[in-house]
Design a protein around this ligand. Structure first.
Ligand code: SF4
Length: 64
């Protein structure tokens, strides 16, 4: 599984980071700083929760 953040849609609510601060890294001003990352085993639910909770629909999931 991969998680992708469309940084052009991110407006910095940081909900993703609140769900998993290790998976959803933020820059110095609170915007997502990741593009596409492999989801480590065991964190799939966090990826799905973040996708469902991003108010800008900036987060999407790719299943291998
Ligand atoms: S929850 Fe969505 S809008 Fe907020 S920081 Fe994460 S990707 Fe950006």
């Amino acid at each position: 599984m991969k998680v992708r953040v469309d940084q052009s849609l991110c407006t910095g609510h940081a909900r993703c980071n609140a769900i998993d601060p290790d998976l959803f890294l933020l820059d110095d001003v609170g915007y997502s700083s990741i593009d596409t990352v492999e989801v480590p085993p065991g964190l799939e639910d966090h990826a799905r929760q973040a996708e469902a909770n991003c108010p800008e629909h900036a987060i999407s999931i790719e299943v291998d």
